[in-house]
Design a protein around this ligand. Structure first.
Ligand SMILES: *[C@@H]1O[C@H](CO)[C@@H](O)[C@H](O)[C@H]1NC(C)=O
Ligand SMILES: [Ca+2]
Length: 226
């Protein structure tokens, strides 16, 4: 009976996408457990774009976006290292390093990453500025069962978290597409203009579960108050 209720609850949670427009996830303290698990029905991806916004004062390594499957815990991983100036972008456990990605602490930033399995090229756009396009991995798709985690870095399928790599701060506007956004679409995302919402993950209809101390709050933006 308990198992039955649990499975009903899990089904209900998974079946109710939420519109998080104007909201953010707040990760208020380091831990090896607090995280958001994002659910998608899409399990085979021959190309991807991930875009999100973040705000932090971390000077250590941390994960921004961790997608694992059974074959690799770093199937798609956006990992900030070297005191914030370098991004390690993993696809299928292969990594390319993107240097000189300076950004101010205590400020909202947008980041988008693209990859496609045909060319194998990955690219990163920090606050709308492109990186070099670099070869990471080609010839096979990202495939399921996919587990996507915000706030922690997976070293196993859905687990293996390390407090030293957790995210502390705020995150918002997480979207993922099964194709590469054009440079113009990335600029539109960055400037909060019209863009096609993610067809793999859509911030306006997000299916997720949270674990541990984290909050969904109104996004804080400094605007003129009337
Ligand atoms: C990747 O997935 C696409 C469908 O999304 C499929 O057409 C293609 O054959 C797959 N490629 C490989 C190498 O499995
Ligand atoms: Ca990992």
């Amino acid at each position: 009976m308990a198992l039955f209720l649990l499975s009903v609850m899990l089904t209900l949670c998974a079946a109710s996408p939420q519109d998080l427009s104007g909201k953010m996830f707040t990760f208020p303290e380091p831990s090896d457990s607090a995280h958001v698990r994002l659910t998608t029905s899409r399990q085979v991806l021959s190309a991807v774009t991930v875009c999100l916004r973040f705000f932090t004062d971390l000077r250590r390594d941390y994960s921004l976006f961790s997608l694992a499957n059974l074959a690799s815990d770093n199937e798609l991983l956006i990992f900030n290292s070297d005191s914030g100036n370098t991004y390690n972008y993993y696809i299928k456990n292969k990594v390319e390093v993107f240097i000189e990605q300076h950004y101010k602490l205590n400020t909202w930033h947008s980041i988008c990453t693209t990859w496609d399995s045909e060319s194998g090229l990955g690219q990163l756009w920090l606050d709308g500025k492109p990186s070099s396009r670099k070869y990471i991995s080609s010839g096979s798709n990202i495939s399921g069962p996919i587990i996507i985690v915000l706030g922690q870095e997976q070293d196993s399928h859905g687990g293996g978290f390390d407090e030293k790599q957790c995210f502390v701060g705020m995150m918002s506007d997480v979207n993922m597409w099964d194709y590469n956004l054009s440079p113009c679409e990335i600029q539109n995302y960055m400037h909060h203009l019209n863009f096609a919402p993610g067809n793999v993950l859509n911030w306006r209809a997000l299916e997720f579960q949270t674990t541990g101390r984290l909050l969904i709050e109104d996004k804080q933006e400094i605007k003129t108050c009337n």
